[in-house]
Design a protein around this ligand. Structure first.
Ligand SMILES: Nc1ncnc2c1ncn2[C@@H]1O[C@H](COP(=O)(O)OP(=O)(O)OP(=O)(O)O)[C@@H](O)[C@H]1O
Ligand SMILES: [Mg+2]
Length: 330
């Protein structure tokens, strides 16, 4: 595999692109840029005379933290997701998959244009518009309810290696006393709140039980990382990217995660109250949604994958208590 990055020469990149028939020999690359902040993979915007496109390459480590190993086949799974949902009604929310180079672990995506993700929602006074809010739920409903044949869903990769890595972040590190992140650097006083949570053996047990559900199989195709960092605010509206954590699993996972982020981003209360109006629920296990919501609140506040939250210590404490209450319902 040829590793590419922002410093790769245009000639080198062009060779890979032309060999994949994604660009003609006679076309020129005008410039290469980083389209946005990502941690896991290398993501580049290639601007040519004929337009622009996005390249995304996975490595057997986390691109931003090379000491952390990560399964390199995550890009193959992301490519398979795009191929599978190609005919689903939800596909218009996603960029089109234009090509896939299995050898070099690259996918080639439609460029949704220079845009920002929705992590600005965590800042004070930034809200999703009603239209954007409805879109977050419509996408999920359409994705979860796309009918797939038994053979397509059973042959779809389990994505277990990446899920196991994520499982540590979701169900283990936040509750571990050996966790060496200094939470007081994030918010003075947070370390003490985390210690209290970490002494709660019943909570730890509930987290371990829920972790089994995360690693289980299910009938819905999940996005798997459905939070504002996977949403793009573009000129043509709300879009969804980055399904590398996808798997056929319990839809309650995506739903709980989404609800937790609406809370952490302090979105209008009606967005939580009206949630099931825009995601007509059929066969949803509501207490499982609550548990995943609780899990996400806790792991984002005292775990390693921190968010640019602008919440006071007191609000974080309230959300941790709520997280605990939700995770422990069953
Ligand atoms: N199709 C696209 N069109 C426009 N911009 C894009 C596109 N795909 C990705 N980007 C930009 O590149 C950034 C990184 O992409 P992406 O989230 O897929 O990478 P990642 O390495 O998986 O990130 P993370 O570490 O957050 O999982 C996005 O936040 C977005 O700004
Ligand atoms: Mg990603």
């Amino acid at each position: 595999m040829k590793e590419i990055n922002l410093n790769s020469s245009k000639t080198e990149l062009k060779n890979i692109i032309v060999r994949n028939d994604w660009m003609h020999e006679e076309d020129q690359i005008i410039s290469i840029e980083t389209p946005g902040a990502g941690n896991m993979n290398v993501v580049l915007r290639i601007i040519s005379q004929k337009g622009s496109f996005i390249l995304k390459q996975s490595r057997n480590y986390v691109n931003k933290y090379p000491q952390i190993p990560a399964p390199i086949d995550r890009i193959d799974i992301e490519a398979q997701f795009y191929k599978l949902i190609h005919t689903s009604s939800c596909s218009h929310y996603l960029p089109r998959l234009l090509g896939y180079d299995r050898t070099n672990k690259i996918i080639f995506l439609e460029d949704l244009g220079r845009s920002s993700d929705y992590q600005l929602l965590y800042q004070n006074n930034f809200n999703l518009s009603q239209k954007e809010y409805v879109a977050t739920l419509s996408f999920l409903h359409q994705l979860h309810n796309t009918p797939f044949s038994e053979s397509k869903s059973s042959q779809f990769p389990k994505n277990l290696a990446l899920r196991q890595l994520n499982h540590e972040h979701l169900f283990v590190y936040p509750y571990s006393e050996k966790n060496n992140i200094d939470l007081n650097e994030i918010k003075p006083g947070l370390q003490r709140l985390a210690q209290k949570m970490r002494q709660d053996t019943l909570l730890k047990k509930a987290a371990i039980q829920l972790g089994k559900q995360y690693l289980s199989e299910g009938t819905s195709l999940l996005h798997g990382d459905y939070y504002p960092g996977s949403w793009l605010k573009t000129k043509s509206g709300f879009h969804v990217i980055d399904p590398e954590f996808c798997f056929f699993g319990p839809k309650e996972y995506d739903l709980g995660v989404l609800r937790a982020h609406l809370k952490m981003a302090e979105q209008p209360i009606s967005y939580l109250n009206d949630f099931w109006k825009h995601y007509p629920a059929s066969e949803v296990n509501f207490s499982l949604v609550d548990q995943f919501e609780g899990m996400e609140l806790i792991r984002r506040i005292i775990g390693l994958a921190q968010l640019p939250l602008s919440l006071s210590l007191q609000k974080r404490e309230t959300l941790l208590q709520e997280g605990k209450r939700l995770l422990m319902v069953s």
